[in-house]
Design a protein around this ligand. Structure first.
Ligand code: SF4
Ligand code: SF4
Length: 157
């Protein structure tokens, strides 16, 4: 039964205090990351935030960027903003052109105001793009996740 709980790493399981302990990160810092949009905890109907294993891994990743690479929160957001989400989703050129994520250099796709039709009603928490840095050991690993994606679109800015 307990094993089933961990079948889906994106399943919201942990309250803020537990997430803080598991990630060895202060509650204050976790709130900062959430406010900045670096992590997307699940919100219950009573407005309680729950964190998944994916979120915990992302927090470890964020800590690495902050502590080992000397980046700040804006810098980390800019790294996440460079991920070409349209290569990982079935996103057409027309969709891209309707989406702020295609041009934003500062906000990750899950944070942009105007999303294209491909992502309008998607749950970003389970999306492979949100989950890419889940296993990161350095910023390049985000792009290594794209290694096997065939570039079948050629879009001009
Ligand atoms: S609709 Fe926007 S966010 Fe979604 S894959 Fe396309 S460019 Fe990215
Ligand atoms: S579902 Fe969310 S995280 Fe995934 S590509 Fe679309 S906006 Fe980005």
């Amino acid at each position: 039964m307990e094993d089933k709980l961990f079948d889906d790493p994106a399943k919201p399981l942990y309250a803020l205090r537990v997430a803080s302990e598991l990630s060895k990160t202060s509650i204050y810092s976790l709130r900062q990351y959430v406010d900045a949009g670096l992590i997307l905890p699940y919100k219950t109907s009573s407005n309680r935030r729950l964190y998944s294993q994916v979120d915990i891994k992302r927090i470890h990743c964020i800590r690495k960027y902050l502590d080992d690479y000397g980046l700040n929160i804006a810098g980390i957001k800019a790294i996440f903003a460079q991920v070409p989400c349209w290569l990982l989703k079935p996103c057409s050129e027309a969709d891209c052109r309707q989406c702020d994520a295609y041009t934003s250099a500062t906000n990750p796709c899950w944070q942009v105001t105007v999303k294209g039709p491909t992502c309008k009603n998607e749950d970003c928490r389970v999306c492979p793009v949100y989950r890419l840095p889940e296993q990161c050991s350095n910023p390049k690993s985000i792009y290594k996740g794209l290694q096997n994606v065939k570039l079948n679109v050629t879009l001009e800015p």
